[in-house]
Design a protein around this ligand. Structure first.
Ligand code: CTP
Ligand code: MG
Length: 231
């Protein structure tokens, strides 16, 4: 199903996966018959929501050219950057002759291979008439504590705390400008924070809890379990 608005996908995939402690970046680890990044890209491509998928890949990456999906006609490769935000900006620049300023871009971590088509379309349908855009997010089931030196200093009202997932959906021109203006700022750990720093108010759309990010070794088994449940 093609949405009535033009959407592009951007996939930062230039990280080294330090916390995963594997022999290669985590996006190239095997999971249910494919590599992690092949699952992620296949899900984006098969959703039918996107004109193209721009992927940021480290210039020293020997694994990417070996995957047939790197040659897919709807996949564009851009050079990765030092931080995640640099990689995203690089992929946005690779779309400059294709995307219009007001087209939507959905930025999605390569390390989140369990994203569903349902969540992609829910996000686009919920936000397509919004002036800014927004992100998939999860509420917290646990009681949350503010802590200093192993000592609780406050209980945080759970209603107001959400966990930021991806995709993060913003207008092409607005996102590019926000990332350019906040370049090098360590507070920019996701796209939304770049827009927040400029005074914009991104929305949240409640996403599915199975959209996990592969971060530590035990996450691979969990992702495999979720994929079996989804099938
Ligand atoms: N990423 C990127 N460019 C960077 C750093 C990260 O494109 N310079 C990407 C990763 O490849 C990943 C996503 O951003 O798909 C989310 O980052 P994270 O989970 O932190 O991945 P890594 O940085 O690879 O892992 P770690 O922090 O454990 O080293
Ligand atoms: Mg990282």
């Amino acid at each position: 199903m093609k949405p009535t608005v033009q959407c592009w996908a951007v996939v930062p995939a230039a990280g080294v996966g330090k916390r995963m402690q594997a022999d290669r970046p985590k996006q190239y680890l095997p999971l249910a018959g494919k590599t992690v990044i092949e699952h992620t890209l296949t899900r984006l491509l098969e959703s039918g929501a996107f004109q193209k998928v721009a992927v940021a890949i480290s210039v020293e990456d020997p694994y990417w050219p070996e995957l047939s999906i790197s040659k897919h006609s709807d996949v564009i490769t851009a050079p990765g950057g030092k931080e995640r935000a640099d990689s995203v900006l690089s992929a946005l620049k690779a779309l400059k002759d294709l995307a219009s300023e007001d087209d939507w871009v959905l930025v999605h971590d390569a390390a989140r291979p369990c994203l569903t088509t349902a969540d992609i379309h829910l996000q686009i349908e919920t936000l397509k008439n919004d002036g800014v855009g927004g992100i998939l997010a999860l509420s917290s089931h646990d009681t949350l504590k503010h802590v200093d030196d192993d000592t609780i200093t406050a209980t945080i009202d759970r209603k107001h705390v959400w966990r930021a997932l991806t995709p993060q959906m913003f207008k092409y021109g607005m996102l590019r400008d926000a990332l350019q203006q906040t370049e090098g700022n360590p507070a920019v750990t996701d796209e939304a924070s770049a827009l927040e720093l400029l005074g914009y108010k991104p929305k949240i759309v409640e996403g599915r809890p199975d959209n996990i990010k592969i971060t530590r070794p035990e996450d691979l088994a969990l992702a495999q379990f979720y994929m079996e449940q989804q099938a």
